[in-house]
Design a protein around this ligand. Structure first.
Ligand code: AMP
Ligand code: MG
Length: 421
């Protein structure tokens, strides 16, 4: 960053001690999130996007037998010459899938193909390029080592070892890996149920005609997308008017059906008091202000037994707070072992405006130029500019204490990874 601001604020309005840092908020949310306990056994196809509830143990060795890493000749190491040359008689061939079923004795060898079983009486493979063959006799020089070019049973995965640990999310690679071991069923956590609704008198459903002052409800669509990609069951409760009875009914309805409730809008100063009254009746919810942009206000807690995430209304704030706070908490509730997101250092192509005292997640376009990662700003950075989220493929994460970024400076980026990309 160009100017490293001192830890002490230069002026009192740069830092607000009543704000939580992003890290503090993340830690508190993760503490509140508890994994679901119920499990079920599923066939492999149905297990996609689920989370393993128990370690997957390999029922076999991979590879199952010692086999050759090369096309060549299988020999006994005792026949290898220390110096000069040795001649060996070729007594047969071991093919991948069609092993040589006899035994090689002293002075004998077996022609062998890549992936073919190592025949009895042999333990070493000589590459075909390193021998001279005349009819059924080969000549080998010195310098070879015992056991070379042999793949050992269980070298990739040993029988009885843990292939995938409990808490592992099952994607395409995991499905294939389980199939490669002949595992037909896995024990997984039950699917998480997540209910969500939008609040705001100005919001209209897609398909209606807008009147003066109205806008379409886009947050339920971004939430629908991000939740679907997480692999949870989604319960869309629609748009709820800014009216206490309607909001209370929606919360009761959501808490009855879901493990987690997500709302957007209604948590900013001015609106919060009115939602707060309802939530005080139904559970325990804290209203936070976070030192970040976008997404400063956030309401977090429990509504009856459900975990509650009250996100701000602005469309970019919804996506950023979902990515930073909701997504890791839901993963934990799904039983998943949560790993921190990938962070990449990139050179910033443009200047970025940034005020010290809050962490910013600006929208960026990450690419490679001359073999090095570079990032450009994805247009205007205000919290209502959803087109910027669409153009972006990463957040540019600017730390709390830093100021403006000059072109050419190194910045940290968080690639979207398909979840919200
Ligand atoms: P609020 O947090 O309710 O004060 O809303 C902040 C801003 O986000 C306002 O401009 C709202 O109109 C807008 N907003 C709230 N909810 C939605 C939504 N579901 N879709 C699009 N914009 C919204
Ligand atoms: Mg509102």
């Amino acid at each position: 960053m160009t100017e490293k601001t001192p830890t002490q604020p230069a002026s009192s309005d740069e830092y607000d001690s009543s704000l939580l840092t992003v890290e503090q908020a993340q830690a508190r949310i993760m503490e509140l999130a508890a994994p679901v306990q119920e499990t079920e056994s599923l066939g492999l196809h149905d297990a996609l996007n689920r989370v393993l509830a128990a370690d997957s143990i390999s029922p076999l060795n991979v590879p199952p037998h010692a086999n050759s890493a090369m096309d060549g000749y299988a020999v006994s190491a005792t026949d290898l010459p220390d110096s000069g040359e040795a001649t060996l008689k070729v007594i047969g061939t071991s093919w991948a899938g069609r092993p040589f079923n006899s035994t090689a004795h002293g002075g004998e060898c077996v022609r062998i193909m890549t992936g073919a079983n190592i025949p009895a009486g042999t333990d070493t493979v000589i590459m075909q390029e390193h021998v001279q063959r005349n009819d059924d006799v080969i000549t080998i020089g010195s310098g070879h080592s015992a056991g070379q070019n042999v793949r050992h049973p269980g070298e990739d995965i040993a029988e009885g070892s843990t292939v995938l640990p409990a808490g592992q999310w099952i994607g395409s690679a995991e499905l294939g890996l389980l199939a490669s071991l002949g595992i037909p069923h896995v024990k997984v956590k039950r699917r998480l149920r997540v209910a969500f609704f939008s609040t705001g008198d100005e919001l209209q459903p897609v398909g209606s005609v807008l009147k003066e002052g109205q806008i379409y409800d886009s947050n339920r669509y971004t939430l629908h997308g991000m939740l679907s990609q997480l692999g949870v069951d989604i319960i869309d409760l629609g748009v709820i008017r800014d009216e206490p009875a309607a909001i209370e009914t929606a919360f009761r309805d959501a808490a009855q059906q879901a493990d987690a409730i997500i709302t957007s809008g209604g948590v900013s100063v001015g609106e919060a008091d009115f939602v707060k009254g309802i939530l005080d009746k139904l559970g325990k919810v804290d209203f936070w202000r976070i030192a970040m942009k976008p997404g400063k206000p956030l309401a977090i807690g429990k509504v009856q037994r459900a975990m509650f995430f009250g996100l701000p209304g602005n469309p970019v704030s919804v996506m950023a707070t979902f990515y930073l706070f909701v997504q890791p908490a839901l993963r934990k509730m799904m039983g998943q072992t949560v790993i921190p997101p990938l962070r990449i250092t990139a050179s910033c192509k443009t200047t970025l405006k940034k005020r010290p005292g809050r962490m910013e997640f600006q929208r960026g376009v990450l690419s490679i130029e001359n073999g090095k990662p570079v990032v450009d700003a994805a247009g205007m950075q205000a919290s209502h500019i959803l087109s910027g989220m669409s153009r972006a493929n990463c957040f540019i994460e600017l730390p709390l204490e830093t100021g403006n970024v000059a072109a050419g400076e190194a910045v940290t980026v968080l690639p979207f990874h398909g979840l919200i990309g």
